[in-house]
Design a protein around this ligand. Structure first.
Ligand code: ZN
Length: 89
């Protein structure tokens, strides 16, 4: 194939498959830390959302927590939201 390799990932909010670069990555690492992965490269189990609406949806449906194989309480969700989206405001 002549195409450049593009990695696609599924948004856990809307279920759409999008280029990885357009998605926000959240990581659950070995130390049970959950964080927004700015570098898109952190070690650990990752899950992707395409925006703040889908982030909220993925929290509500617990799909993000399930994908990351952890639990995300309100406090954690708020912290993740702040990490990923607050700079955009
Ligand atoms: Zn989405």
């Amino acid at each position: 194939m002549m195409n450049k390799h593009i990695a696609y990932r599924t948004c856990v909010g809307c279920g759409e498959v999008l280029p990885k670069v357009e998605l926000l990555r959240f990581v659950h690492d070995k130390t049970n830390n959950v964080f927004y992965d700015k570098t898109n490269n952190a070690l650990g189990r990752g899950a992707y959302v395409c925006g703040d609406v889908c982030f909220a949806k993925a929290i509500k449906t617990k799909r993000l927590a399930r994908c990351l194989r952890t639990s995300i309480d309100d406090e954690r969700a708020k912290a993740l939201f702040a990490q990923a989206f607050e700079h955009e405001k």
